[in-house]
Ligand binder design. Structure first.
Ligand code: IDP
Ligand code: MG
Length: 162
């Protein structure tokens, strides 16, 4: 993880997470809304692309779920259409990103969260977010080449952080 920031405080605010709009979210026109929530919160967009993922990539991405009964269906669904992959940066963004997404089960997600606002069933929960800083770094490596993740100074930085 490289940053343009010099001080310790600033580099603490350079945590990154991997957020993905799943095929159902793309089909339902939720890409803009999901991007907008992260932008408005004050997080910095560092990577963005659209692709239909391969089975190999998805099996790696969901490797920890290989033994689950829903795994084959999950992988098939995730390769059924394009997804939008994003890298977002900022203070506590991994944990805050999960909280902005809601619970895995949309029915347990609070209104105001992405899943609580936009979906109902677990297999159609419109978005993905990394569950830890280590996972985030692995997922960013899986989904992006090094030169596809931008390292730039946010001019609004001073208006977002105290
Ligand atoms: P997460 O996306 O909230 O991190 P994970 O447990 O990592 O949840 O599961 C990955 C994805 O697999 C979920 O977002 C959901 O789409 C799907 N999934 C998880 N558990 C179930 C289940 O019990 N039935 C159907 N799909 C599931
Ligand atoms: Mg997960």
């Amino acid at each position: 993880l490289s940053t343009t920031n010099e001080s310790g405080a600033m580099s603490k605010n350079a945590e990154r997470t991997y957020i993905m709009v799943k095929p159902d979210g793309v089909q339902r026109g939720l890409v803009g809304n999901i991007i907008s929530r992260f932008e408005k919160r004050g997080y910095q967009l560092c990577g963005l692309k659209m692709r239909t993922a391969s089975r190999e990539l998805l099996e790696e991405h969901y490797g920890d779920l290989k033994s689950k009964p829903f795994f084959p269906g999950l992988v098939n669904f995730m390769m059924s259409g394009p997804v939008v992959s994003m890298v977002w940066q900022g203070k506590d963004v991994v944990k805050q990103g999960r909280s902005m997404l809601g619970e895995t089960d949309p029915l347990k997600s609070k209104p105001g969260s992405i899943r609580g606002d936009f979906c109902i069933d677990m297999g159609k929960n419109v978005c993905h977010g990394s569950d830890s800083v280590d996972t985030a770094n692995e997922e960013i490596k899986m989904w992006f080449k090094d030169d596809e993740v931008m390292d730039y100074k946010l001019t609004a930085y001073k208006d977002i952080y105290e």
